[in-house]
Design a protein around this ligand. Structure first.
Ligand code: SF4
Length: 708
């Protein structure tokens, strides 16, 4: 703005994985506005969240003192978190007392019940340095690999398929490479709401003649710019994608040279898709055979065809199979390893790519080195100078189950440290998850607000908001980007990196990270070594100079590689492994008692569990209350009008919520965003898991809908 400000501080937007670079304008120790910077992902643009979602940092409900639960107060959310009332259940404490209690109890549980009795959830909203140190604390201090974060709820299945198929979980081409695509295949994603600035590059491409194909059970805003919209029946992804692959093969449009030189297992794939002709699949997926053939032809013959996908693909019990089909589609058509093509799983959180790279996952050390690989295990034991567990740990949903395991289960989880995640809102089947969290003998929560999860804690540690710290985050495009501290944390709140180190030292770890900002540069440099080649050319000094560097980046002079897989894939033999997929139905299908399908997701104005955006004045004013979306025909059939209150009920839980009309919602389905604690969508969702990625089926379960 034109306002006089005291200082301008460069950072990165704290919300989505697009990774827009921003400048905070600070006056009187408050952020007064945010400007878009000319970053490689945003070129000065921002969406409504990035532009207006900043004053949560100054919200009066910020936690400013460590809290300790009063003895005998039951662990419950009651009617909701009722921020501000927590001094009935908690008392304020000094850092010394809170840290001693938090670490002391975790240590006791470990020493009494063994290393598997503890678990940690880090966060994709924290920096790479925080993610790296957090997983190091769990692996070396807690003593097991029970460490995970919301990637498990996001792209875990996509990453499982990508690691298996192409040897790397990250995107092959950056979003703005849509500029070079003739065809942009968007599936199971709503980029206008969830990756808004990325959506503007897609719309620009459409304006210059690229064909957008939107494949999604919901007809969302980007559909207005689409050449074809495939509004397929929810849960029929594999049927539809196999039909496209069938059509490519059937019509002689495969890239034979590419398959011969760069792919394995094509014969098995061809054999498998024989039964999936567009004609046979049309009644299953609800898309006319001729439309499927037309899209397959356009995809195969495009100079460049690029696939971008989101949670609509990944959050199914067949999420890994869905992604396998996408890998197969680009491989048989040779649409990968060149400009305007490839695979782009749109990352949700601003640092879900980086947190995963940094090792915040139970089966891998930093840079996806498997904990059960003897070489990687030995390397990290030497690097960290301590014995390490060589068994993969439990994942997010599994940890909730293990918290409720019988007392004689040697792997029962009894104590947890949760930094910046809100599983009491974000996990599936919340009644179960909240019960699990409340059942822990010791729960330490580190956050900036009294989140729903913090209400169930024994110790709450007040942390720093993103503008209050320096650190790096890695966006969906594999860009490592630096955010600088613009403000001090309020009251006694502390930087997360400091808190992790304090807990580590009280658990007996002798760490030393010296320097400004809790030693952030030293932590980054250690992480850079642990990541081996991937970011070896990205020094801290270079980040300070350039703000944003793309990896893989092998040397100080390497500009970074925006397109990967050009000559070979990072698999054992350098070739894609094609994996055929067959139809597996959703774990819970609609029936006479629960006739509707519940689809959950996000909306433009609110971010995930709402802890930040619902405390941002402008965003809260735009979308102040929970709403469910249904189409006009379904509303009429139930005698409902927009604004009416409905009760939506699954076998696991229910919410009362206002209904709005959205004709893009498919017949027989209701869409509910998961950001609202007063109508928490995840009370109803199903915790059934994809067997490979261990991701729950957030995108599909059966519900009934009643008026009032
Ligand atoms: Fe922030 Fe994403 Fe919006 Fe960019 S597109 S301003 S990164 S929320």
């Amino acid at each position: 703005g034109s306002q006089q400000v005291d200082r301008k501080v460069d950072s990165v937007c704290p919300f989505c994985g697009v990774g827009c670079l921003i400048t905070y304008n600070v006056k009187d120790e408050k952020i007064v506005s945010v400007d878009g910077r000319d970053g490689p992902a945003n070129h000065g643009r921002l969406c409504v969240k990035g532009r207006f979602g900043f004053d949560y940092a100054h919200h009066p409900q910020r936690l400013t003192k460590p809290l300790i639960r009063k003895p005998g107060v039951p662990k419950t959310l009651g009617d909701g978190p009722r921020p501000g009332d927590y001094l009935g259940a908690f008392r304020e404490a000094s850092w010394e007392e809170a840290l001693a209690l938090a670490a002391g109890k975790l240590k006791d549980l470990r020493d009494t019940h063994g290393r598997k009795s503890l678990a940690g959830f880090g966060s994709a909203k924290g920096s790479n340095e925080e993610a790296y140190l957090f997983q190091k604390l769990v692996r070396t201090g807690f003593g097991s690999n029970n460490v995970d974060h919301c990637t498990r709820l996001c792209h875990a299945s996509s990453v499982a398929a990508l690691l298996e198929g192409v040897g790397s979980g990250a995107v092959s081409n950056q979003v703005n490479d849509v500029e070079h695509a003739d065809l942009i295949f968007v599936i199971g994603a709503n980029p206008t709401a969830n990756h808004p600035v990325a959506a503007t590059w897609m719309k620009n491409a459409a304006r210059r003649g690229a064909k957008i194909v939107l494949a999604d059970p919901r007809r969302t805003e980007i559909g207005k710019h689409a050449w074809r919209t495939l509004q397929f029946k929810a849960d029929t992804d594999v049927a539809m994608l196999n039909a496209l692959i069938h059509a490519v093969i059937d019509e002689g449009l495969v890239d034979e040279a590419f398959i011969r030189d760069r792919a394995n297992n094509f014969e098995a794939l061809r054999e498998n898709v024989k039964g999936y002709s567009p004609e046979a699949m049309a009644p299953i997926c609800g898309i006319p055979a001729e439309t499927l053939r037309e899209v397959a032809r356009a995809f195969a013959t495009a100079k460049g065809a690029m696939v971008l996908w989101g949670m609509g693909v990944s959050q199914h019990v067949h999420g890994t199979d869905n992604a396998r089909c996408l890998i197969a589609l680009v491989t048989v058509t040779g649409q990968i390893g060149k400009p305007g093509s490839g695979l782009h799983p749109l990352r949700g959180q601003n640092n879900v790519q980086g947190a995963s790279d940094a090792g915040l996952i139970p089966m891998m050390f930093p840079n996806y080195q498997r904990v059960d690989d003897a070489g990687a295990h030995a390397w990290f034991e030497n690097f960290w100078g301590t014995p390490l567990d060589d068994k993969p740990g439990y994942t997010v949903v599994e940890i909730m189950h293990k918290a409720l395991a019988p007392d004689d289960d040697p792997h029962k989880v009894r104590g947890m440290y949760i930094m910046g995640e809100n599983p009491a809102m974000s996990d599936p089947d919340l009644n179960h998850a909240r019960h699990a969290l409340a059942s822990l003998e010791h729960l330490v929560v580190q956050d900036i607000f009294m989140t729903e999860t913090a209400w169930l804690a024994d110790v709450v540690l007040p942390a720093s908001a993103w503008p209050e710290k320096t650190g790096t985050v890695s966006n969906t495009d594999r860009m490592v980007q630096l955010g600088n501290r613009a403000l001090d944390p309020p009251g006694d709140a502390k930087p997360d990196l400091w808190i992790i180190q304090q807990l580590a030292s009280r658990m007996g770890l002798a760490w030393k990270y010296e320097g400004e900002e809790s030693g952030v540069a030293a932590v980054y440099e250690e992480m850079r070594q642990a990541m081996h080649a991937a970011i070896s050319g990205i020094s801290w000094e270079r980040l300070q100079r350039e703000s944003s560097v793309t990896y893989p980046c092998l040397g100080e002079d390497d500009p970074g590689q925006p397109i990967v897989f050009v000559d070979k894939f990072p698999t054992d033999d350098g070739r894609v492994k094609l994996v055929p997929a067959d139809i597996i139905p959703a774990a819970e299908r609609p029936d006479a008692d629960f006739p509707y399908v519940l689809i959950t997701g996000r909306q433009l104005e609110h971010w995930h569990t709402g802890s930040m955006t619902r405390r941002a004045t402008v965003l809260d004013a735009l979308e102040p209350m929970a709403t469910a979306s249904m189409n006009q025909a379904d509303l009429e059939a139930m005698g409902l009008a927009p604004g009416d209150v409905i009760t939506i009920r699954s076998r696991r839980g229910e919410v009362a919520i206002h209904v709005r009309r959205d004709d893009g919602t498919p017949h027989g389905a209701v869409f509910v965003p998961f950001a609202y604690y007063e109508a928490a969508a995840n009370l109803m969702t199903n915790a059934a898991l994809d067997p490979f990625g261990k991701i729950p089926e957030f995108k599909y379960c059966a519900v009934k809908i009643e008026r009032g």
